[in-house]
Write a protein that binds this ligand. Sequence first.
Ligand code: AMP
Length: 327
Amino acid sequence: MTTTLTRTRRLTGFQPTGHLHLGNLLGALRPLIAAQETTDSIAMIVDLHAMTVEHDPAALRAYVLEQATIMLAAGVDPARTPIVVQSQIREHTELHYLLECVAVHGEAARMIQFKEKSAAGGTVRLSLLTYPVLMAADILLYDTAEVPVGEDQTQHLELARTLATRFNARYGRTFTVPEGVRPEAGARIMDLADPQHKMGKSTVSGAGRIGLLDPPEVIRKAVARAATDTVGVVRRDAEHQPGVTNLIDILAACGGREPSDPTSYAALKRDVTDAIESLLAPIRARYAELAADPAHVREILARGAATVRPTAASTVRRTRAALGLLG
Ligand code: AMP
């Protein structure tokens, strides 16, 4: 048996732009919790990223506290995995600027997410363009070795790697170059109403999303309304039966179970409803207890910030010195 002496530093970010949903739990939170034993993880609520689009200050504050509370309720152990609110560590914005002096305009402008979001029209905040550089700062600040990424974030991770490599080559070895990893046991959960797209916080209707704090009746209705097809066979076929495939995936991810009846969509939906409810009921109950004492949650966030701040400060000191700034 081999013993790992240094544990891998891993960073997982959550944007406080809405309520956490089943996709966040099965795709990111559960893998984070499962890896607590074997990695040196940081769970980060990236509130500065939530301000790259129009935002409501009161809602932002509420989402940050709600997400931190859900993380605790779901089993993130703050003694092993610091829960950190990005803006509470000033070094993020400092390193962001320093990295902007290493990045070039074209690198930010060609990001698919920027192109998509800015093509939607309306006001485009300058921070929407520069946010991948802030994300690079988030990662590089903590000597992060691994970043669990979904497909939509691979381009951003690539930028972080490019900037770290370029900086190290030009100014001397300063940053760890991070790797993107697919979280073990991480599932990609699709929208129940529109299974061609990922379940997300900001889909307009929200009909195909299951919030982690949704009451049982809301969950039951959302699953009952989930899009299926007319094939009539319960099997995985993402191309022709995306809705049914998604329901089977959710069932497996929630409890490792297989559908009870291979021919009945109604039975599949009952199985899925039960599995989700069994998973979420204890989280909801624990959330209610924790939410009754928000000061305690804030205290945990303050402790998380205090735990990671020395690393962040040391990285920024190194970066400033490498760039020729006075200490
Ligand atoms: P976000 O909701 O964009 O802040 O993402 C937070 C984390 O949840 C990231 O690690 C995402 O990859 C993950 N995530 C978000 N939506 C889903 C989904 N529908 N299925 C699986 N993972 C997801």
